[in-house]
Design a protein around this ligand. Structure first.
Ligand SMILES: Nc1ncnc2c1ncn2[C@@H]1O[C@H](COP(=O)(O)OP(=O)(O)O)[C@@H](O)[C@H]1O
Ligand SMILES: [Mg+2]
Length: 267
């Protein structure tokens, strides 16, 4: 592999604004640095409040950064604004925790999947219909689901539709914020398997945020461990899981019950 990483984040500092006369709050993300190589998955792990969502929102340019740099495909991602930013952002697919909040309940699955393509200027017609059916089947749902409404879906089915929608514009980067945390454990495993399959079939690059190290150790090539805004570890998954540099990571591993790799360790 040559060339620049897909995403490179350097010394990123994010701080929410307090009231005019309130003391400056401590940063939500305190100088994060990492890189995401093309076609790989980075797991971003940490307990609630560690800054994971803030980091993703800054990468999506939904939250301003105080200092630091973000390069996407070698370009200065923080320098884009307005129309150019909106167009470039269509190259990032987003999956959030609760599919029922992210999908309009009264729309049909076909309408939900068509929406990003229509918004990007594709003309309605048979090509879109075919593309939608292919997306859905890629995400493990038969075409019969196209006419269902979002509110009629189970949690797992709805998350499959949300993933299909995130892939509609063939994104160069897929960003997932706790994508399995709202699902039953059995369904979680199915969604993780789906993500692994998609990743291989489409050579996807993913940022996968979770508070559960066990969940992400299965799909991530590398891990970024965050605690109270600080990056406490960044390295290949095997290394972070087998030889964690920080006691905090060991704690997360034991909370995370057993990860596939951690289970090999003597208890
Ligand atoms: N909209 C907001 N306004 C002010 N502070 C926020 C806001 N959202 C998050 N925070 C704070 O930023 C920190 C990181 O939160 P967050 O990024 O949501 O963490 P995580 O996703 O890891 O749970 C926390 O201290 C949280 O209280
Ligand atoms: Mg969060």
């Amino acid at each position: 592999m040559t060339g620049s990483p897909l995403l490179e984040v350097t010394d990123l500092l994010i701080r929410y604004r307090a009231g005019l006369f309130a003391p400056r709050p401590k940063p939500a993300v305190n100088g994060a640095s990492f890189r995401l190589e093309r076609g790989t998955t980075l797991g971003i792990v940490g307990e609630s409040g560690s800054g994971k969502t803030s980091l993703l929102r800054a990468i999506l340019r939904l939250l301003p950064v105080e200092s630091g740099a973000i390069r996407l495909e070698g370009r200065d991602w923080l320098a884009l604004h307005g129309r150019a930013l909106r167009r470039a952002r269509q190259g990032i697919g987003v999956v959030s925790q609760n599919p029922f909040l992210s999908l309009s309940p009264r729309l049909t699955v076909a309408e939900i999947l068509a929406e990003p393509m229509l918004a990007a200027g594709h003309r309605p017609g048979p090509q879109i219909r075919d593309r939608i059916a292919a997306l859905l089947s890629d995400c493990g749902l038969p075409a019969a689901f196209l006419d269902r409404r979002a509110r009629e879906l189970s949690g797992g089915q709805a998350q499959r539709v949300a993933i299909a929608r995130a892939l509609a514009l063939e994104p160069r980067l897929l960003v997932l914020d706790e994508p399995t945390s709202a699902l039953d454990v059995s369904v979680q495993a199915q969604i993780l398997n789906l993500l692994s399959d998609l990743r291989e079939r489409h050579e996807l690059s993913m940022l996968f945020v979770t508070h559960n190290l066990k969940v992400v150790a299965h799909v991530a090539d590398s891990l970024l461990v965050m605690r109270r805004g600080d990056v406490v570890e960044f390295g290949p998954t095997e290394q972070v899981v087998h030889a964690p540099a920080q006691p905090y990571t060991r704690e997360l591993l034991s909370f995370g019950v057993h990860s596939r790799t951690a289970r090999k360790e003597p208890s």
